[in-house]
Design a protein around this ligand. Structure first.
Ligand code: HEM
Length: 505
């Protein structure tokens, strides 16, 4: 019989190992302490607690009070840079035109967009390695996805109408709908009609995956991020099971279409007329490596495009419809504009550009209730000196307190559509980037999908505006409150909307 016994370490050897590890640990703690004491971060004022230990008290509040901390810092330091402790690191918070311009001017070897983005999503474990290495899908969004909006405008509009028909009970009376859920479904179907086309965009399982993928990735990344770097590979493989299952389920649905498209591409190349104008072809157009031409890689990139587009677009639409419900005084003015432009120029992408009042309304809605209260997050690669002389050490996360910066003024629709301001708003539309208006970020990494997102929001918003009277459930004019979580702003998920079909159409 073999007796299993614990491995034998002579007493002195095990004591030496323990002493060595303890020495290593205290060395690390000492280096961290020394670096913290001598970091140039200490010269930047702090909101909340700043001591090496006390800062953890603020870090613990970040998840529930991040929004308040940013607002308090913005007010206390009058728009000058400040820092705030979060559970994983210090973040240096900037605000205002001057610092946004500093961010935009900094080169890619000074500030990294990708590092914090990969960290936040734990992309290597969630999306899978390779996606960030050659992110050609961003080129797909910048080129083909943006270029084809005009050509496929009728499809987008058709799907928005079909989805409204399916999701809103048919009645001549007022009907009540859960706002968040219904508008999210509407966005998901409309966006996917453009991306993957019929019949996939109505496949319930595919739609469910498209909506859930963002949530799965966010939850998984949070779990992985709660582990120290050294344990992340283990946490990554343990916690990414759900995301992997979701990718596999998407692959089961999309594989036949992708396999057929790849076959057509190999036989005829990209010039073949029979190649549909959709995301499958567009991804082939911007592919740069052989592995991009595989079913698995294409599925992952379609999910990532959904990840970047569905919830961002839905937040924009939901907040805009809440604003519509609480600002009945602007409804007639916008309806008249939409009807006049459609009457004179038809219903097309070009016509949307002529609807300045609707653009201004949406711009205000986006400005006051975006999807995040900290944007343009970057990580310093080298020591970075701001234009006011503030020095930020390498390896620091910086971001812009967009919400605090935007909320200085209330809903400015009336001023924007009257007098001189109307001219300004016509020139600076919702998609125009500027250092004062950063809902789509700014600089080299400004949102490449904003043209599609805004086009789709306008199409859905205008259909709702023209087809329905919209109220909050009890006719209340009080805007449904947002939920704030760390740096995210989530539109109210409980509010109900009352809709009544308009008699005129
Ligand atoms: C209309 C709603 C949208 C909003 C509010 C929005 C907002 C943003 C913001 C704030 C950024 C970061 C910019 C920065 O840090 O400078 C961003 C980046 C990005 N967005 Fe959007 N977005 C929207 C829609 C979309 C859509 C529809 C797509 C895809 C079709 C998309 C794809 C992306 C991608 C790929 C990036 C990363 C760009 C890069 O790596 O350089 N977004 N978006």
């Amino acid at each position: 019989m073999v007796l299993f016994s614990p491995p034998y370490f002579p007493q002195s050897a095990s004591t030496s190992v323990v002493s060595f590890l303890a020495l290593l640990l205290s060395g690390r703690v000492f280096i961290k302490y020394w670096n913290a004491r001598h970091s140039s971060l200490n010269a930047i004022p702090t909101i909340g607690h700043s001591g090496i230990l006390y800062s953890y008290l603020t870090a613990m509040q970040w998840m529930s009070r991040g929004h308040n901390l940013l607002q308090e810092g913005y007010e206390k330091f009058g728009g000058r840079p400040f820092k705030v402790a979060t559970p994983t690191r210090w973040i240096v918070v900037l605000s205002g035109k001057r610092y946004v311009e500093d961010l935009c001017k900094a080169s890619n070897d000074m500030l990294s967009f990708n590092e914090p983005a990969i960290e936040t999503t734990q992309g290597d474990y969630t999306f899978g390695p390779g996606l960030h290495l050659h992110p050609h899908h961003i080129e797909t969004i910048r080129s083909s996805i943006t270029r084809n909006i005009s050509t496929k405008f009728d499809d987008i509009s058709d799907e928005a109408l079909a989805a409204l028909h399916d999701y809103i009970p048919h009645s001549e009376e007022w009907v009540s709908i859960p706002a968040y859920e219904t508008l999210l479904h509407l966005v998901c179907r409309t966006t996917n009609r453009y991306l993957v086309g019929l019949p996939l965009c109505r496949n319930i399982d595919y739609l469910y995956i498209s909506e859930q993928f963002t949530i799965d990735v966010s939850i998984t990344a949070q779990k992985i991020n709660s582990f120290p770097d050294i344990l992340k590979p283990i946490a990554g493989s343990l916690f990414s099971v759900n995301v992997k299952a979701r990718i596999k389920a998407a692959q089961d649905i999309l594989a036949p279409v992708i396999a057929e498209r790849l076959e057509q591409y190999r036989r005829f190349g990209l010039q073949h007329d029979a190649l549909e104008k959709d995301v499958f072809t567009w991804l082939l157009e911007s592919a740069t490596h052989d592995y991009h031409l595989s079913v698995e890689d294409i599925v992952r990139r379609i999910l990532v495009i959904n990840f970047t587009s569905i919830h961002t677009t839905a937040v924009g639409l939901i907040q805009a419809v809440y604003d519509l419900a609480v600002h009945p005084e602007f409804v007639e003015e916008m309806r008249q504009e939409a009807e006049r432009v459609i009457g004179e120029h038809g219903w097309s992408k070009a016509s949307l550009h002529k609807m300045h009042k609707i653009d201004s309304f949406l711009k205000e809605s986006f400005r006051l209730n975006g999807g995040a209260n900290l944007l343009m997050i970057r990580k310093t690669i080298k020591e970075w000196t701001l234009s006011d002389g503030t020095v930020i050490p390498p390896g620091t996360h910086v971001g812009v307190a967009v919400d605090a910066m935007n909320k200085e003024e209330g809903f400015r629709f009336a001023e924007m559509v009257e007098g001189a301001d109307a001219l300004i708003s016509a020139k600076q539309s919702l998609v125009t980037l500027s250092p004062e208006y950063i809902v789509f970020g700014n600089g080299p990494h400004a949102c490449p999908g904003r043209f599609l997102g805004v086009n789709n929001i306008k199409v859905m918003f205008i259909h709702i505006l023209l087809k329905y009277d919209v109220q909050l459930e009890d006719g209340s004019l009080e805007r449904p409150s947002n939920t704030y979580f760390a740096a995210s702003t989530i539109p109210n998920q409980e509010a109900k909307l009352r809709l009544r079909k308009r008699a005129v159409l």
